[in-house]
Design a protein around this ligand. Sequence first.
Ligand SMILES: [Zn+2]
Length: 386
Amino acid sequence: MKTTLHTDITVKDICEWFAYNELEGKGLFGLSWKLTIQPEYQRNYIYADGKRDVAVIESILKGYPLGLIYFNKVGEEKFEVLDGQQRITSIGRYVTWKFAVKIDGMEQYFSGLAENLQKKILETPLLIYECEGEESEIKERFKTINIAGVPLNEQELLNAVYSGPFVTKAKEEFSNSQNANIQKWGAYLSGVVNRQDFLHTALERVSKGSIGDYMSKHRYDENISELKSYFTSVIDRISSVFSDVEKEMCGLERWKLYETYHKQSYDPKKISERVHELYADPYVKSRKGVFEYLLWGEVESKLLEVRVFDEATKKSVYAQQTKEANEKWISNCPLCALWHESNNKKIWSIWEMDADHVSAWSKGWATDITNCQMLCKSHNRAKGNK
Ligand SMILES: [Zn+2]
């Protein structure tokens, strides 16, 4: 099967002659009628709930990537949406004034948006994989998308969107296994070099979380000096506090602790004592979270991943959730059911899920069955990282 990545198709292009059928709840056409949004094998538009459709627009306004969209080429200048139909329909409906989004506390339709925001939305490029091949291959591909997720991670997507001299230089520095610094960084950061994890972390911190905006602003810069000096200074400070690097430090990748670092001084001896106490605490599940917990002044106890749900509780909650999910024909991971376009009907097995405290342990909530929910592993991890 042939695939081509397009990075030059914008929201404006997609919404050209956008057509939506209110009665059937289907997005019909876009891209000047070259695109069929709702092929037979796609489900109806389910994002029209004032949450998921709104979230798509908010993501665009914040400059977050919308993820990959897959088109199937079905003829000369004719395409069908293989994956991304819900996102495209949300965008099309917003641009054609079908719903409003709250901006600065006010419900705003597209028509009432400030001109620069309208422009921002329309000029946002979408990442589109065009697939061309036999129907059986396409179906196989669609299955892979659903099961394994997209082949590119967030940083790889951003690199594609903002390709230019800045990305080239940044990759030379941060994703180059020949760089002698990589091994040193590896003592403080976890990640896979060639999947852009170091670059992602560095950008996330220097941009204070707005990676897309930062990359857009610096796209045509010929140097990466700000990014590089920021990264180097963080590494130096971390290495000075933990003079003897413990092996759990390898997972210490939350650069937000830098902000704490340069304001406070730490006593390496005291830190070391507390580290050993917390290591001995049977409730503490995450050893690597211990460092960050201490550096943050022992307030964010969720970093320690205090999780003590027993097996019987997990099994019983799993059974209940799965029963309800089967009845409603939705995923048994409540976050997949709510958010995940591909997995929203997936029934996970119990060993593909983890127990989660509905309300955080750190806020004093109980670790019993009333406060337990099972989440798929990736959603559980995502929640723990917040
Ligand atoms: Zn999930």
